[in-house]
Design a protein around this ligand. Structure first.
Ligand code: CA
Length: 183
């Protein structure tokens, strides 16, 4: 089933017209276009204007799973990502991460290489092998610095790779870059 997106247009946004933007919109298989106040239009007959619901900010925030067993690193990531406006959830081991992915597919995953129970590399492999998550963006986090590990991480299907200790600013920039690529 293709993914459907809600598109929120700020109220009274100038320059928005459906014909002008419909090509861009159809690329993203928009389920409905909603302003914060009123429905502008609806696409594919999925939602009529009378049924159009206000799309809350919460739904529009990119959702990021943080799979990291070091509490200080996990907390640092959570704090910074939420400060940047992302919605986050944390997993402290591989089993938890897999459960979270089954519950709700995120927009991006930050994945520690060395996780208890199920390793980051194994999670990455499983994510790529499942149709629903095959394209889920993954940024691997690892203390390893060797070139061979870096290559292995990317071969397993990570979209990007950050070595610990990392600069928070750099990681936030990479998160933005990866999310930009998929949107
Ligand atoms: Ca670890």
């Amino acid at each position: 089933m293709p993914r459907l997106w809600n598109l929120t247009i700020p109220p009274r946004m100038k320059g928005f017209s459906l014909p002008r933007h419909s090509q861009a919109i159809s690329r993203f298989r928009v389920k409905r276009v909603v302003t914060q106040a009123v429905a502008v239009h609806e696409i594919d007959g999925i939602c009529t204007s009378s049924k159009a619901k206000r799309v809350g900010d919460r739904q529009m925030k990119p959702f990021i799973v943080i799979a990291e067993d070091e509490p200080s690193v996990s907390e640092l990531l959570r704090y910074n990502l939420e400060a940047e406006g992302y919605e986050t959830v944390t997993a402290k081991d591989g089993d938890e991460a897999i459960l979270l992915l089954d519950e709700r597919i995120p927009d991006l995953m930050l994945l520690d290489w060395m996780l208890p129970k199920v390793s980051g590399i194994e999670i990455c492999r499983r994510v790529r092998s499942k149709q629903e998550t095959a394209n889920l963006p993954i940024i691997m986090l690892t203390a390893r610095t060797e070139e061979s590990d870096r290559i292995r991480g990317l071969e397993t299907g990570a979209d990007d790779y950050v070595t610990k200790p990392f600069s928070t600013n750099e990681l936030m920039a990479r998160v933005k870059a990866v999310l930009r690529r998929i949107r």
